[in-house]
Structure formats: structure tokens, C-alpha cells
Design a binder for this molecule. Structure first.
Ligand code: TXA
Ligand code: MG
Length: 323
């Protein structure tokens, strides 16, 4: 850890200890962090984001060992296997809660979501704090998550006490959430760890929790992660036709696609051809569509493997009817 980083870590820890809010880089997206054991600080997260208080937050910790120190009631064998394989990293695990997990963090549920992030600045802060950090993505409720410090400034600039700039996030989509409190591990949100990799470690297929029943996760709301521009999804084969018909309607159209050879009259935002590359630039591309004042943006869907599942999930939500 170089000197600049140690200084930034010390500054962030001081703000957190004082009950302030820090925008903190993680490898997935930037988080809006507060000391998870400071109820007033956590309440400010909801106020700043405009997020309903019934929606629980993830507690970020330096390790599973620390989680055992009062944050969780117990870890199943599956939880230990997943933590050993993917922590630190873009995976969130839901456990039966321990006494250190406050109601304001868990939404009053009897479970708590824990993540051990890999970004060196996030790790540095968590190790120095010797506590937990509650952090949702550092965007306004319902909008796309920030993957650069500038995105945070655009969304919440005046309302956070410190923005720690850790560069662009390496993964670009939120963590995968797996619930380990039921009879078998269940996927609640696809994310930075692919489903195949999880199933390989578990040695069994993951249940997929459908979005029926009570909404426990805002990421489960149909319309979420949305830019201002309308979002239309297309396969590679359908894309030219879809774009042409939108242009024919006289709309200001953009295309997010790996191909530069696109119909005339549309603005192109070029992205890498693989799902990992698209994940990394997905939210920045959707923000770029808004910066260019596009009315509608057509996005080419990646295949489902690896991070493709998470990218498709976010895109389907971005394209869902707005309420
Ligand atoms: O990658 C990420 O997970 C980022 C970074 C900052 O760590 N965080 C993030 O937080 O995406 P947020 O608040 O935007 O999404 C957290 C998700 C929500 O859908 C929330 O409902 C769910 O985790 N969650 C939190 N606690 C839960 C619990 N006890 N049971 C089920 N879902 C839970
Ligand atoms: Mg979020």
C-alpha cells in the first residue's frame, strides 16, 4: 500500500468514525458507505439516496472471520466453501443475522447480507476501521450504479462527506447475491461472479429465486438501473432493423454495440465484444447515452454465460416499463 493510498484510507476511516458518509470504490461499483453500527449514519444513506428504509443494505467486512465476530449467527458448509473460493471478491452472501447487524441495516429481517470486497482501497478501509461498513451503490435510487468517482459526483456530489477516487471499477456490475438461509443456496441477484463458477464450487445447481413474493431487494424491482433514455434490447441479427425503424419514427437514437458498422443516423457507443468487457462499461455507456441527450438507446444483448447473465438482467430492468 503506497503512501497516497494510506493517507486516503486514514481520511476515509476518520470520516466513517465521525458518522459521515464516504463514497468508496469497490471492484464492482462505488458504494455509499457508513459505519454499519452507527444508526444515524446509516439512516443518512437512505435519505441521500432516496431509497425506502425497508430495503436492506449489504455489510462490507474484511473477512469471514470478522463476520463471525457478532455479524452472523452461523456459517453453513456451503457458505464456507463459497467464501473460501470467492472472497475477497464480487460475491454477497446472506446469513442468519448476528447481534451487531442493526435493524436499520437488515430492514428488520432475520438475515444479513455480507460482502468482502477485493478493491485495495475498500480493503484498506475495512481493515483499518475494525468494524463493518453498510454500503449500497452510490447512485440515486432506481438509477444506474456509479463505476467512476465522476459518476458519484454527478449523482450525489454535494451530499457525501468524502469521495475516494479509486479509478474505474474493474467488474462494473454489482456483486452476485446468494441466500444461504434456506434449504438450498439460492441466487437472488446475478452479478460479478458467474453462476457456473458458483455451481462448480457448490457441486450442485443454484436455485433461482423468482421476483414473486415480497420485494426484499430493490434490484428485484422490474424497472431499475435505468438511464433517462429509453432502452430497447436487440439481438445482433435484429439490431439493424430495430435501429432503422426507430430512426424512421424521427427519434434521436443511439446504439450500444461492439460493431461500428451500424445504420446511418444513429449515434454509436462502441463496447467490447465479450460479456466481461461489456459489464465493465455498461453503466458508463448508459450514462453516455444520457450525456448525448439520446431519446432511445438500442443495446445488443450478450450471451448468457459468465457475466452475461448479470448484464442481461440489468439490461432487462433498464428496458422495463418505467413507473
Ligand atoms: O456490488 C455490490 O453489491 C455493491 C457494492 C457497493 O458492494 N452494492 C450494492 O448494494 O449493489 P445495493 O444496496 O445497491 O444492493 C444490495 C442488494 C439489494 O438488492 C438488497 O435488497 C439486497 O442486497 N440485500 C441486502 N440485505 C439483504 C438480505 N438480508 N436478504 C436479501 N437481500 C438483501
Ligand atoms: Mg443499487
Amino acid at each position: 500500500m503506497n503512501e497516497v493510498n494510506s493517507e486516503r484510507i486514514a481520511q476515509a476511516v476518520a470520516v466513517l468514525r465521525g458518522g459521515g458518509l464516504v463514497a468508496l470504490p469497490t471492484e464492482t461499483v462505488y458504494g455509499l458507505a457508513a459505519d454499519a453500527e452507527n444508526e444515524l449514519a446509516v439512516r443518512r444513506i437512505f435519505a441521500v439516496k432516496g431509497r425506502p428504509e425497508s430495503h436492506p443494505l449489504i455489510v462490507h467486512l474484511p473477512s469471514l472471520d470478522v463476520a463471525r465476530d457478532g455479524w452472523i449467527a452461523r456459517a453453513s458448509a456451503d457458505a464456507e466453501r463459497l467464501a473460501a473460493a470467492f472472497w475477497p471478491g464480487p460475491l454477497t452472501l446472506v446469513f442468519p443475522r448476528g447481534p451487531r447487524a442493526l435493524d436499520v441495516v437488515t430492514g428488520g429481517q432475520d438475515t444479513v447480507a455480507i460482502r468482502v470486497p477485493a478493491h485495495p482501497l475498500a480493503r484498506g478501509v475495512l481493515q483499518a476501521l475494525s468494524g463493518g461498513v453498510a454500503a449500497p451503490s452510490a447512485n440515486r435510487f432506481g438509477r444506474t450504479s456509479p463505476t467512476t468517482a465522476d459518476h458519484v459526483r454527478e449523482d450525489l456530489g454535494g451530499e457525501v462527506d468524502l469521495i475516494v477516487d479509486g479509478g474505474a471499477c474493474a467488474v462494473g456490475v454489482e456483486s452476485t447475491i446468494v441466500d444461504l438461509t434456506g434449504p438450498a443456496p439460492a441466487l437472488l441477484r446475478p452479478g460479478g461472479v458467474g453462476r457456473e463458477a458458483l455451481e462448480e464450487v457448490l457441486g450442485a445447481p443454484l436455485l433461482v429465486r423468482t421476483a414473486g413474493g415480497p420485494v426484499r431487494a430493490p434490484g428485484m424491482l422490474a424497472s431499475h438501473y435505468a438511464p433517462r433514455a429509453g432502452v430497447v434490447l436487440a439481438s445482433e441479427a435484429d439490431l439493424p432493423q430495430t435501429v432503422a425503424s426507430l430512426i424512421a419514427q424521427g427519434r434521436r437514437v443511439g446504439v450500444i454495440s461492439p460493431s461500428r458498422a451500424l445504420p446511418e443516423g444513429a449515434e454509436t457507443i462502441v463496447v467490447p465484444p465479450d460479456a466481461d468487457g461489456l459489464a465493465r462499461l455498461l453503466y458508463a455507456s448508459l450514462r453516455e447515452a444520457d450525456a448525448r441527450a439520446l431519446e432511445v438507446v438500442v443495446v445488443q444483448l450478450p450471451p448468457e454465460g459468465g457475466l452475461g447473465l448479470a448484464v442481461r438482467d440489468r439490461l432487462h430492468r433498464a428496458a422495463a416499463p418505467r413507473t
